[in-house]
Design a protein around this ligand. Structure first.
Ligand code: GSH
Length: 202
């Protein structure tokens, strides 16, 4: 059976890096359109204008985590099978990272440059930095000695977490937990991530 055609829409400097990384891990061929949010290349597939969008044989799927979980399920790698306890635990980690890392960084971004100026509350950023440090401590405790976030192998939430750590670096949110810094160094060295980032610059 042949694979579907895949097109990632969204600049690799955004959450579009997540599906690009997953496609590279899976060794799949894909097209890449480095569009900015709300550009015509995006809104013709998703009126809300957010990126990334993945076209699967021309059909759009939105939201980076849904996209990478779809790819993992479809190609049977980097995920536990649906309906297993291991999958429920993996999904719990994915949602925890979305709540405690992605949402914190996204709130900071919204109050820095996304929301209309009159709706920004810059003071919230100090509170978010405190939350970010607290959430790292709790995640590190939950991970224990595991080399990956959800289990002893690389799965979907590793992409979400590592991407959030890259985002934290560029937003100047400190990665304060040594174990997380060590994890970050190992994840960044993955050749598939390096290929995705290089593709984004091409
Ligand atoms: N939950 C979505 C969030 C997508 C999102 O907000 N993307 C940002 C770029 S990283 C965007 O398009 N922002 C434009 C906007 O919020 O209008 C995902 O994970 O893909």
């Amino acid at each position: 059976m042949t694979n579907p055609s895949y097109t990632v829409i969204g600049a690799a400097t955004t959450r579009a890096a997540r599906p690009m990384w997953m496609l590279e891990e899976l060794g799949l061929v894909y097209d890449y359109i480095g569009a900015k949010p709300h550009g015509d290349d995006v809104t013709r597939h998703y009126a809300r204008g957010k990126v990334p969008v993945l076209l699967v044989d021309g059909e759009p799927i939105t939201d980076s985590t849904a996209i990478i979980q779809f790819l993992a399920d479809k190609h049977g790698q980097f995920t536990h099978p649906a309906g297993t306890l291991d999958r429920a635990r993996q999904d719990a980690l994915t949602h925890c990272i979305l709540d405690e890392f992605d949402a914190v960084l996204w709130t900071s971004a919204r109050h820095s440059f996304i929301l209309p100026e009159e709706h920004r509350v810059p003071a919230v950023k100090e509170s978010l930095r405190w939350e970010f440090a607290r959430n790292q401590a709790s995640l590190v405790k939950r991970m224990g000695d595991q080399p990956f976030v959800a289990c002893d192998s690389f799965t979907v939430p590793d992409i979400v977490l590592t991407h959030c750590l890259m985002w934290a670096k560029s937003a100047k949110f400190e990665i304060s937990e040594p174990a997380l810094l060590d994890y970050f160094t190992r994840m960044k060295a993955r050749p598939a991530l390096q290929r995705a980032l290089a593709r984004g610059k091409s």
